[in-house]
Design a binder for this molecule. Structure first.
Ligand code: CMP
Length: 139
C-alpha cells in the first residue's frame, strides 16, 4: 500500500553536511520526500518524541544528542514506505548494518546513527503529526 513514514536526519549527519547524501539514498530507493524542514529540536520535543525510551539507560544521552545540532525532519512517501525505509536505513547499530544502507555508509555508532525511521503505521502517524501540519505535506 502507499504509505507515509517519518524520518529524521540526525545531528551527526547534518554536522558532517550529509543531508544531500542521505536524501540521495532515500530517493534512489524510490521513496519520495513529500515534506522536509531543518530544525533545532527543543529538549521538550526530543523528550516527547523518545518518550517510549524514557526508562532506558541511554535516554539522557539520546536526548542530549538530538538537541546538540540541527536535524532535518521529513515525511517520506512510497509503496510500503515504513518497511522500505527501515531496510534503506539498515540496522540500528551500524556494525550490524548491511552494505549500501544509510547507517552502514554514514553512521558513527549505535547512538549517533545518522537517521531515524518510524517502526509501524501507528507510530508513523503520531511522529508525523508531532512535527508537521497537514498543509506542510505535499504529495
Ligand atoms: P532511533 O531509531 O532514533 O530510536 C531510538 C534510538 O535510541 C535509536 O535510534 C538509537 O540511536 C538510540 N539507541 C539505541 N540503543 C542505544 C544505545 N545502546 N546507546 C545509545 N543510544 C542508543
Amino acid at each position: 500500500a502507499l504509505e507515509r513514514t517519518f524520518s529524521i536526519i540526525k545531528p551527526d549527519a547534518t554536522e558532517r553536511n550529509l543531508t544531500g547524501a542521505v536524501n540521495a539514498v532515500i530517493e534512489a530507493a524510490g521513496l519520495r520526500i513529500v515534506a522536509q524542514k531543518r530544525i533545532r529540536m527543543t529538549r521538550q520535543q526530543a523528550e516527547t518524541f523518545y518518550a517510549v525510551h524514557k526508562e532506558r539507560p541511554f535516554f539522557g544521552e539520546l536526548v542530549d544528542f538530538m538537541i546538540s545540532a540541527p536535524v532535518v525532519v521529513q515525511v517520506l512517501e512510497g509503496e510500503n514506505a515504513i518497511a522500505k525505509y527501515r531496510e534503506v536505513m539498515g540496522a540500528t547499530n551500524p556494525a550490524n548494518a548491511a552494505e549500501g544502507t544509510i547507517r552502514k555508509q554514514f553512521a558513527k555508532s549505535v547512538g549517533e546513527n545518522s537517521v531515524h525511521g518510524s517502526d509501524a503505521a501507528e507510530t508513523a502517524a503520531v511522529e508525523i503529526a508531532q512535527f508537521f501540519s497537514g498543509n506542510e505535506i505535499v504529495g
